[in-house]
Design a protein around this ligand. Structure first.
Ligand SMILES: N[C@@H](CCC(=O)N[C@@H](CS)C(=O)NCC(=O)O)C(=O)O
Length: 204
């Protein structure tokens, strides 16, 4: 398996966590996102979106971190990342998608660069934008998360794999986490798990 990756990419970080939790070996290929390496023709042939991550396995080339996690869960079911029970599954996806659809796409590198380079916003305005959307999504998650050690209950699941990278980025952008004590506790607990620690980018 080849993971097309970048250490600071939170979507790639999700997949690294899941590969580690499942104990799967993989080769990493890294792309300097600020330099635009993800838009080079060779990589566009792997992932036409020009985004990381992408996973190559047995001739399959797959983009979208949650599609990759779903694939890995189907082929390597233990430990499960996406619950089998329909209600638990729907609840897990509600939380994971709050991060993957309602926070991350608004704060991705290309959006921040567009705000800065095309719309003339300064760094302070970009940082305010970033924190605004993190805080909106985190306020939702603070209500949804279970009263448990992990977002997945007694063991980490897809929600933890999305939450820990998003929390890393929230701290990187100096988001005030005071209103989100449950979220911070769960993210910190999961981040200490060896599979998460091994997947982590350099400490802030
Ligand atoms: N929804 C996609 C998002 C992928 C994505 O946006 N990746 C970012 C890094 S976290 C990226 O490649 N950004 C490059 C850019 O914005 O040009 C997923 O979950 O895989």
């Amino acid at each position: 398996m080849i993971l097309h990756d970048f250490a600071l990419s939170s979507a790639s970080y999700r997949v690294r966590i899941v590969l580690n939790l499942k104990g799967l070996d993989y080769e990493k290929r890294s792309y300097a996102l600020r330099a635009g390496e993800q838009r080079a023709p060779d990589y566009l042939a792997v992932n036409p979106a020009g985004l990381v991550p992408a996973l190559e396995v047995n001739g399959l080339r797959l983009g979208q971190s949650l599609a990759i996690i779903e694939y890995l869960d189907a082929v390597y079911p233990e430990p499960r990342m996406i619950p089998a029970d329909p209600i638990e599954r729907a609840r897990a996806m509600e939380m994971a998608l709050t991060i993957a659809c309602d926070i991350h796409p608004l704060n991705n590198l290309r959006i921040l660069k567009y705000l800065e380079n095309d719309l003339g916003q300064d760094q302070a305005a970009v940082d305010t934008w970033y924190r605004h959307w993190v805080e909106a999504g985190f306020a939702t998650l603070e209500q949804l998360l279970p009263d448990a050690p992990y977002a997945g209950g007694d063991a980490p699941n897809v929600v933890d794999a999305c939450l820990v990278p998003q929390m890393y980025n929230a701290r990187r952008f100096k988001t005030d986490l005071t209103p989100f004590p449950r979220l911070a506790a769960i993210a910190d607990h999961a981040a200490a798990h060896p599979a998460f620690a091994t997947a982590a980018p350099p400490p802030l």
